[in-house]
Each structure stands twice: as structure tokens, then as C-alpha cells.
Design a protein around this ligand. Structure first.
Ligand SMILES: NC(=O)C1=CN([C@@H]2O[C@H](COP(=O)(O)OP(=O)(O)OC[C@H]3O[C@@H](n4cnc5c(N)ncnc54)[C@H](O)[C@@H]3O)[C@@H](O)[C@H]2O)C=CC1
Ligand SMILES: CC(=O)C(=O)O
Ligand SMILES: [Mg+2]
Length: 375
């Protein structure tokens, strides 16, 4: 199969869909790979590295989108990229469709077969292609929070770990999945006082075992959010209902009761955000203030550490990508985990939670993903 890897064009997004090492694997499996000129240069993956791995370098994204049978990316296609996609072509990338009617409509018009990294599953109820970026974003959320708690960056002037004689900051993590546990690890490492809310009791039990008394685990209710947000210096939004728009758990009313200069980091912003007052921001201009609370809502946080993130992402996406390249869309017929990634095919929505959020608004039909393969 002919694989195309365009350069990412989102604000300060330096990740790339395939690393040179991943390209070598595709080539070893008998495929051809085109990489856009200087697609990885910003993170030290030069054209020469890609050529040595067996790829050809292509000058323009137009040529890649026109020729490739499968496009491998990182972030959701931007409107001008959506317009270059077509029926019969596979798009393999993060999509986050539920909060994004514009992209969903454009992908439907293109008729492309769109596989979303964030909904591919494994056999242990995990999301293996989301997990590595959630690890990165969870860890970064505490770095970002600590930075913005500094006075000069808009915060209250609070040090996460405190010092002997001064209490540490309170960190509230809402959602104890992959982002949540990684945030908690970093916050504990910096000496903060950490509380994790989740609505899964089995998950809270696991966290309790892992952290052995070093964090408070609390069942997530409106009451718990009311109570713990009041005293929190830093709140991390880390909930997920796979494929669906995030529930709004922290409201403007909560902010009014928080300490001025507190910081909220809404990692779930790529699914629309789990705070009422969240709106997506960029690495260039990451924060804004509402009710005296600093909001950090960068939708592509791992792009900030693009080299680490590209390697981590490729470790996870490679085996599924090779399956797709080897067998085309038929790869999904015998692999339920990969089929779970199918969000759109030939103008129809194939992922239930996306259809629940957008189907009516966009007048788009839902079709069972397995049946969709027969269209
Ligand atoms: N902004 C960015 O750059 C990035 C954003 N993300 C996003 O971060 C979010 C979290 O991802 P993961 O940790 O991988 O998901 P996950 O599925 O591992 O964890 C989500 C957790 O939220 C919990 N949850 C669901 N509803 C809840 C509620 N009402 N209260 C408390 N907990 C609740 C679930 O039980 C689960 O434990 C996703 O939206 C993901 O797309 C991930 C990576 C990068
Ligand atoms: C998951 C996601 O949104 C990202 O890595 O940018
Ligand atoms: Mg206030």
C-alpha cells in the first residue's frame, strides 16, 4: 500500500505520524511511504533519516493527499486537509469528532474511511492508541499547572510542594484514568496534597493500592466536586466517556467559590472539555482567566514535547497501522479492537457515541461498523 505522511499544520504541532523507525517497519512489510518535505525536521527527524528508512520525500501535502491510499497523521485533519481526502482512502489519526461538527461534516462529504486513534480498543478495556498521549498530557498537566500557579504567570503564587513549615498545594484530579494517574504521580513527586475523583469504584480501588495512602481517592459526585474544588489550588480535568463529548463537571459557580489565582487544566478539552468555562487554547497562547481562575486548555498538549510524544505514539500505532496497510479495510473485519476505531465510512457515522452527539445536528446516518465494511 502507498502510505502518505503529511507535515502537521496545527498550531505548534511538531509531532509527525510516522517516525523513521516506523517507516522502516512499513517498508519491511512491503509498503511504500511518502513523507512531506521537512515533516519531522523540527524534532530531529531529517529528510535524510526518512530516506535512509526507505521513504520518498514529497514537496507538497497536495501530492500526498492525492496519491496515498492511507494517510497517517497525528492531529485531526484541518478543514483544508479534509477537503483533500476522498472515498476509498484510509485516514488513520486522532479525530475527536464528538465536539467537532465542522470536521465531522467535512469527513462525511469526503467519504473517507476515518479511523480514530482514540477509540481503538484492546482486550483489557483500554484505549491503547490514546494511552501514550494521555501519559504525556497527564504528566505535563502538573508542569503546566505549577508554572501557571507562579505569580508572574497569573497564578496565586503557590508552590506545589510547599516548604517545611508551609502546607503543600492541594491538587484535585477529576478522572483517575491514564491522564489522572500520570498527573497524580507527578503531583506527588512534587510534594503536593493530591485528591483523585473517579466514578469507577474498581478504578478507585486500584489507585488506592498503587498509591498506598499517598492520595485521597473519592467517589465522584456533584457533592465531592463542590467540596474539593473550594480549597483546590490546581484542578486537573481528566474524565473520558470514550468517543463522546465530555460531561461538564466543574461549573462557573464552582469557580466563584475557588481561591483567586487557582489554576484549572482541562486535559479533556480535546473531547470538548469537562469544565463549563473551558475553550480550546494553543501552545502559543495557552491560558485565559475566568472568575479569577487561570484556565489552561491546550488541545494538543503532547505536541509541546513532540519528540518524546512522536516516539511514544508510534510505539502504539505501529502494529495496527501495519495491519491496515497489509489488509486494507478488511483488517477491521477480523479485528474487533481495530473495528472500534472506525468512526466514519463513505459518508456515514460508524461510532455510536459520535452519532448520539452529532447525528441529528448534521443529519448524518449511523451504520454498524461491520455492516459499513460491506457498503
Ligand atoms: N489535551 C490533550 O492534549 C490530551 C487530551 N487527552 C484527553 O484526556 C482525557 C482523559 O483521557 P484518559 O485518561 O486516557 O481516559 P481514561 O479512559 O483512561 O480515563 C478516564 C477516567 O474518567 C473517569 N470518569 C468518567 N466520568 C467521570 C466522572 N463523571 N467523574 C469522575 N471520573 C469520571 C473514568 O471512570 C476513567 O477512569 C480524554 O478526553 C483524552 O482524549 C489525552 C491526551 C492528550
Ligand atoms: C490525544 C490528543 O489529543 C493529542 O495527543 O493531541
Ligand atoms: Mg473567585
Amino acid at each position: 500500500m502507498l502510505i502518505g505522511v503529511p507535515k502537521e499544520i496545527k498550531n505548534h504541532e511538531y509531532r509527525i505520524g510516522l517516525s523513521p523507525a516506523a517507516v522502516r517497519e512499513y517498508i519491511a512489510n512491503g509498503h511504500q511511504v511518502m513523507v512531506e518535505n521537512n515533516g519531522g525536521t523540527a524534532i530531529g527527524f531529517t529528510n535524510e533519516d526518512y530516506i535512509q528508512a526507505g521513504a520518498s520525500i514529497v514537496e507538497t501535502p497536495d501530492e500526498i493527499f492525492a496519491k496515498a491510499e492511507m494517510i497517517v497523521k497525528v492531529k485531526e485533519p484541518q478543514p483544508n486537509e479534509c477537503k483533500m481526502l476522498r472515498e476509498g482512502q484510509i485516514l488513520y489519526t486522532y479525530l475527536h469528532l464528538a465536539p467537532d461538527p465542522t470536521q465531522t461534516k467535512l469527513l462525511a462529504e469526503a467519504g473517507v474511511t476515518a479511523i480514530a486513534y482514540e477509540t481503538v480498543t484492546d482486550n483489557r478495556n483500554g484505549l491503547p492508541l490514546l494511552a501514550p498521549m494521555s501519559e504525556v498530557a497527564g504528566r505535563m498537566s502538573i508542569q503546566a499547572g505549577a508554572h501557571h500557579l507562579e505569580k508572574a504567570h497569573g497564578g496565586s503564587g503557590t508552590l506545589l510542594g510547599g516548604v517545611p513549615g508551609v502546607a503543600p498545594a492541594e491538587v484535585l484530579v477529576i478522572g483517575g484514568g491514564v491522564v489522572g494517574i500520570n498527573a497524580a504521580k507527578m503531583a506527588i513527586g512534587m510534594g503536593a496534597d493530591v485528591t483523585i475523583l473517579d466514578r469507577s469504584l474498581p478504578r478507585l480501588r486500584e489507585l488506592d493500592d498503587i498509591f498506598a495512602g499517598r492520595v485521597k481517592t473519592i467517589y465522584s459526585t456533584v457533592d465531592a466536586i463542590d467540596h474539593y474544588s473550594k480549597t483546590a489550588d490546581l484542578v486537573i480535568g481528566a474524565v473520558l466517556i470514550p468517543g463522546a463529548a465530555a460531561p461538564k463537571l466543574l461549573t462557573r459557580e464552582h469557580l466563584k467559590n475557588m481561591k483567586p489565582g487557582s489554576v484549572v487544566v482541562d486535559v479533556a478539552i480535546d473531547q470538548g472539555g469537562c469544565f463549563e468555562t473551558s475553550k480550546a487554547t494553543t501552545h502559543q497562547d495557552p491560558t485565559y482567566v475566568v472568575e479569577d481562575v487561570v484556565h489552561y486548555c491546550v488541545a494538543n498538549m503532547p505536541g509541546g514535547v513532540a519528540r518524546t510524544s512522536t516516539i511514544a505514539l508510534n510505539n502504539a500505532t505501529l502494529p495496527y497501522g501495519i495491519m491496515l496497510a497489509n489488509k486494507g479495510i478488511e483488517a477491521m473485519r477480523n479485528n474487533k479492537n481495530l473495528l472500534d476505531g472506525l468512526n466514519m465510512h463513505k459518508g456515514k457515522i460508524t461510532y455510536k457515541a459520535v452519532h448520539d452527539d452529532l447525528g441529528q445536528e448534521l443529519a448524518l446516518d449511523y451504520i454498524d461498523p461491520l455492516q459499513a465494511l460491506d457498503l
